[in-house]
Design a protein around this ligand. Structure first.
Ligand SMILES: [Zn+2]
Length: 79
């Protein structure tokens, strides 16, 4: 089970699904409902290779993010 994004408790339980079929969880400690990794972005291999090439060109992260249509955060953290 994922930890609660609100109180970091590990006492979370499955609590149905949201509209796209993602698993929803509820925290037993604080009652918060949340979806695990709601912003999870799947980047396919072609796009990763494109991004690797763009990074070598010393283009700004903002420019790469726009060109490859990924978030700057993903470029920085990979998630
Ligand atoms: Zn909690």
């Amino acid at each position: 089970m994922p930890t609660c994004p609100n109180c970091s408790s590990e006492k979370t339980v499955k609590n149905g699904h949201i509209h796209h079929g993602k698993q929803r969880f509820k925290c037993h400690e604080c009652g918060r409902q949340f979806v695990e990794n709601p912003q999870k972005i799947v980047i396919d291999q072609d796009k990763r290779e494109l991004i690797d090439r763009l990074l070598l060109e010393k283009i700004s992260l903002a420019g790469i993010a726009r060109a490859a249509q990924v978030s700057e955060r993903w470029l920085q953290t990979g998630s």
